[in-house]
Design a protein around this ligand. Structure first.
Ligand SMILES: Nc1ncnc2c1ncn2[C@@H]1O[C@H](COP(=O)(O)OP(=O)(O)O)[C@@H](O)[C@H]1O
Ligand SMILES: [Mg+2]
Length: 375
């Protein structure tokens, strides 16, 4: 084998820890030359400020120095041009999808994760209303309450009861809704609030993984996931298990919230999750006096969407009935048949085809699955 080939073989073992794939597979290795016993290797990163820069450089050096014929390695670190970066993100997404564990979620069912930088911005309220609005269009909507400590969806959707186990899998609790249905799995069904608070770290990640891997989601058309704020372990676990999901970022109109939300969105690009858009919640309050009050500021959602290069999917006003509906287990989308949440559901649904990994192939595989399992 040529020395250059040997070097590339070694470099194939070096992984980009964030993207979870080999730097060769990801196309980050540029020119490789050998001059006597000295190897020159070009590596291009996604951004110049990549926090893993020195780790990758070290791993490259160590990998090449393992070769007997090489005594010295000169690593030059560069940055991918935008086109190469876009190709890399596509490659990373495809690899993550190819390696994702098999779940019962049908391949044709898109998965939407509702995320935010901070708590109290309305993620859970939006998840509940969005799920209902989607169900009313005839879809079977799976709702995963991944906010393990702060679960709230059992109450918001008024879906309570004991989770049954069928053939070793938890069966989400289902409630008919319009011409569709909503099926929920939440910590609220398994633990009382005090118990859940005692859970930490690994156990929590395991709980989320079990909600995906050890549950029967085979009867859904779409999944909506409510998350805890931020980009902690739970969100990372979701990204690993469901790499084809799309993320929606919720923010309030205030500038401060916008910055925190940007961090949550940044996670999407780093973990090759697709960012579908921004929802601004708690926008202006239409007062009976005729004025629109904006206690939380104006414009944060639009600015964030612009900054991220995605669509502002909805501006949901501050409304009494959103808050009251939450308290009563009667979300507004259940009471009304049109309005913000129904428009949001339509808009999001129209974006979901981009999430289905292999388009026609996925559908075909599902049909085959159904035929084999007799569903
Ligand atoms: N558009 C809105 N108008 C009025 N109250 C809202 C709105 N969205 C959310 N709320 C209220 O704000 C509080 C926090 O919402 P929640 O959905 O629990 O946020 P998160 O899940 O992001 O922590 C709840 O009391 C909820 O009823
Ligand atoms: Mg919540």
């Amino acid at each position: 084998m040529e020395p250059k080939e040997v070097i590339l073989e070694r470099l194939a073992q070096v992984r980009d820890p964030e993207l979870g794939a080999s730097i060769v597979e990801l196309g980050m290795v540029g020119e490789v030359t050998v001059d006597g016993r000295v190897a020159h290797v070009q590596v291009a990163l996604t951004t110049a400020s990549c926090p893993l820069r020195s780790d990758i450089e070290r791993d490259v050096r160590e990998a090449v120095l393992e070769i007997n014929e090489i005594d010295e390695v000169v690593v030059s670190m560069g940055v991918l041009d935008p086109a190469a970066k876009a190709a890399l993100m596509r490659a990373a997404r495809a690899l993550a999808q190819a390696r994702a564990p098999q779940t019962s979620i049908p391949r044709r069912a898109p998965v939407l994760m509702i995320a935010s930088g901070k708590g109290g911005v309305g993620k859970s309220s939006i998840t509940a209303n969005l799920a209902i609005a989607l169900a009313k269009t005839g879809l079977r909507v799976g709702v995963l309450d991944a906010d393990i400590w702060g679960f709230s969806l059992a109450r918001l959707l008024d879906i309570t009861g004991d989770v049954q186990v069928r053939e070793g899998k938890m069966v989400p609790l289902e409630r008919p809704c319009g011409s569709g249905s909503v099926s929920l799995l939440s910590m609220g069904h398994l633990a009382d609030e005090k118990q859940a608070l005692l859970w930490r770290g690994l156990v929590v990640q395991k709980a989320v993984a079990q909600f995906i891997e050890d549950a029967d989601w085979s009867n859904i058309d779409v999944m909506v996931i409510d998350t805890p704020p931020g980009t902690g372990d739970i969100v990372m676990t979701l990204a690993r298990l469901l790499p084809h999901m799309g993320q929606v970022v919720v923010t309030t109109p205030s500038r401060a919230a916008q910055q925190v939300a940007a961090r949550a969105a940044d996670f999407a690009s780093k973990s090759h999750i697709r960012l579908l858009g921004v929802i601004e919640n708690m926008s202006g309050f239409a007062c009976e006096c005729g004025k629109v009050h904006a206690p939380l500021g104006v414009g944060g959602g639009r600015e964030l969407a612009h900054e991220l290069g995605v669509e502002l999917l909805a501006q949901i006003p501050l409304r009494d009935d959103v808050a009251d509906g939450g308290d009563d287990g009667l979300p507004v989308a259940l009471v009304d048949d049109e309005g913000t949440f129904h428009e949001l559901a339509q808009r999001l649904w129209s974006l979901t085809p981009s999430l289905i990994p292999a388009g026609c192939t996925a559908r075909l595989l599902d049909v085959l699955d159904d035929a084999v399992t007799g569903a």
